[in-house]
Write a protein that binds this ligand. Structure first.
Ligand code: GCU
Length: 407
């Protein structure tokens, strides 16, 4: 439904900006650094009163018109641009990886898996806890990038990781202990997987991924494990993260097409939020100064200069296509800029449209949509919860109740 998707995108724009016609970005000034030069030649589209890079515009000029062209040309270009400018280069595949399962302890159907990875400089281990329904194969598995380390061996029923609610509904929860993958600390973040690949005592290259990139990489290693576990269906795994974990979930899902569902819960800046809304909620310079270990040095070039980014976060969401992208915001979560997350969601739709999945499910492209309601298209899902920052029961009720693993 090409017309439907385009109409929806356009409907959010002021009249003078309507029309999906490609325009040239005029936002770039005198800086001729490579990133800025790239932005100068990329076509832009109007979105929410801003000019954002068009996900379908090719670096060489011209515009993607087919799935084949998207997958073979544009998608690799965009992934590279996100590595070069935002998240940094990802760790390579481990030279060796082992899984050790312990099913003895823990409540419910817990299985504790230790994933040990080896790189050229050493080894690192991290834990994945798997909870499955008491009978039958799960309808799907939620792989939670648990940056709070709050999922222990005993399942809880409410809030951030309501294990018994999830398993009671017939789903599995796999909780990845993110802090073991890479500690969330500027002084020690390399002490997990990163130093298995880089010589300790030497600075990381300026463009090497840091904590968020390592967490995303860890989610892919967890997926490697899930592919070997007969208790789950590896073709039905949703990677989910809240806030900083949501940034990592999106980056994991953008890179790893094995995730058919990717859930961003309140991921905000450098997550689902449109980067060009830099002055709404947390800015790029604020996130880089408060959390200097999350992103590479190369991202810091865009402190106070979001317009020079050759990508924007609607393009990150678009990289998940044809997998289901799920964006969840909270109305009072000003730091995460819920409206900026909503705009990114709309701005990803043209790529889903290539696959015939461009219906966003929203009843209107006007901000704000109704709170507490799950909107669902064949490849995209969205909800806005009332209240503030958090992954809460009411978010889970929507995730569990909206058939995320079917079209
Ligand atoms: C901080 C940070 C956000 C992050 C959040 C969280 O508020 O500014 O970028 O998403 O922590 O992880 O809860």
């Amino acid at each position: 439904m090409v017309a439907g998707a385009v109409a929806l995108l356009v409907a959010v724009l002021p009249a003078e900006e309507s029309g999906i016609a490609v325009t040239r970005s005029a936002t770039v000034g005198v800086d001729r650094s490579p990133a800025v030069a790239a932005a100068a030649v990329r076509a832009a589209v109007p979105l929410g009163g801003l000019e954002v890079p068009d996900p379908l515009a090719l670096d060489s000029g011209g515009r993607v018109t087919s799935v084949r062209q998207w997958e073979q040309q544009r998608r690799p270009q965009l992934l590279e641009a996100f590595q070069d400018n935002v998240y940094g280069t990802s760790l390579p595949a481990p030279t060796k990886m082992t899984f050790s399962e312990d099913s003895s302890g823990g409540g419910g159907s817990a299985k504790k898996v230790t994933i040990t990875v080896t790189g050229p400089e050493g080894t690192a281990s991290f834990t994945l806890r798997l909870f499955t329904p008491s009978s039958g194969k799960p309808k799907g598995t939620f792989l939670l990038i648990d940056h709070r380390g709050s999922v222990g061996d005993d399942p809880g029923s409410g809030g951030y990781a309501p294990v018994s609610t999830i398993t009671g509904d017939g789903y599995a929860l796999a909780a990845l202990n993110a802090d073991e993958v890479a500690p969330d600390d500027a002084g020690s973040y390399r002490n997990g997987v990163i130093d298995a690949f880089y010589p300790a005592g030497q600075d990381l290259p300026a463009d090497a991924g840091r904590t968020i990139s390592a967490w995303a990489w860890g989610a892919s290693r967890a997926m490697d494990y899930l592919q070997t576990d007969p208790d789950v269906d590896p073709s039905k795994v949703a990677v989910i993260g809240h806030s900083r974990g949501g940034k990592a979930a999106l980056w994991a899902g953008a890179q790893d097409p094995r995730f058919p569902v990717v859930i961003s819960n309140n991921s905000g800046s450098t997550g689902a939020k449109l980067a060009r809304r830099d002055s709404s909620g947390e800015s790029i310079s604020a996130i880089n100064s408060q959390f200097p270990h999350w992103f590479p040095e190369t991202y810091k070039r865009f402190d106070g200069n979001a317009a020079a980014l050759p990508v924007d976060q609607n393009e990150l969401l678009a990289l998940i296509a044809p997998g289901r992208v799920v964006v969840a915001s909270a109305a009072d979560d000003g730091n995460a800029d819920p409206q900026g997350e909503f705009l990114s969601y709309l701005g990803a739709a043209p790529v889903y449209e290539l696959y015939g999945l461009g219906e966003t499910g929203l009843s209107s492209a006007n901000w704000p949509p109704a709170t507490g309601k799950g909107f669902r298209g064949p490849g995209m899902s969205y909800h806005l919860r009332s209240g503030g920052h958090g992954l809460e029961d009411s978010d889970w009720q929507i995730y569990l109740g909206s058939n995320l693993f079917t079209r």
